[in-house]
Design a binder for this molecule. Sequence first.
Ligand code: IPD
Ligand code: CA
Ligand code: CA
Length: 296
Amino acid sequence: MIIRLVLTRVAGILLEASLVVLQSGVPSPCKSHSHDTLLQAAVEAGQAAGALLLRYAETGFRIEYKNPINLVTDADRAAEQCVVDHLRSRFPDHQFLAEEQGRYEDGTSPYRWIIDPLDGTTNFAHSYPAYCVSIGLEYDGRCIIGVVFDPSRNELFTAIEHHGAYVNDRPLHVSETKTLDSSLLVTGFAYDIRETKRNNLDHFAKFALKAQGLRRTGSAALDLCYVAAGRFDGFWEVRLNPWDMAAGSIIAREAGGRLTDFSGKDLSIYGQELVASNGRIHEAMLAVLNQAPSQT
Ligand code: IPD
Ligand code: CA
Ligand code: CA
């Protein structure tokens, strides 16, 4: 009798313990089902906004100038409204940080959507088909979901934290390139290139002599996705904004990439500096970025 009681108690404790492990291992807001719901909503919003961009590209759009080289079009604004309306109707208490309209801070939800409705506006305005819709989701300050949709190529890049990255349902992996000498690198330049000394031209000149090839595509979000896909081996840029990096950074990380600032510290999307690579060439990239300025 006593033995049976002891055994029952032990079984009870083991059951309780395993329930605690299960509960603490999968906190409720991070359940994969809820991640799937969030991802699905972001995919729908991204695809709807992408279709809208293609319609504007076909039928025409108005351009305004934030400065002589910094454009915004009515397509940027319409795509942003489309994404925000879509996500707002699904998740009315969530917070938003969107490029064209800024911050919506109402609500105390730990979820925050970070949206670049048209990454690659200059390309779009010149009918150069390298632009995308970028939607990242933070939970308590950590990026948990990324969606980047390139409507011209119909490529949908997605990632959920700890669940890998995909392009149109194909898993993504960074490249295995080991040296800068055999690397294809990419970078970009901020719109204040004419006004600041931190304009990235010095880094560009150095990498031009070290890499196999260098590109400037004009869409930071796609550059990150291309690192994830192994199409580029590394990407660096200064003076980026959170909406340029939010979605692409989780996609690159989930594909096995390494993402830091120029000193090698883990990337903060609020920190402006970005180095994203396949990991293997990361230290070599940091070394170039930290070289003393050349005297010539
Ligand atoms: C720009 C693009 C570009 C990068 C700039 C960004 P926008 O974003 O991502 O590649 O070099 O720094 O501002 O204005 O086209 O959304
Ligand atoms: Ca952008
Ligand atoms: Ca933009």
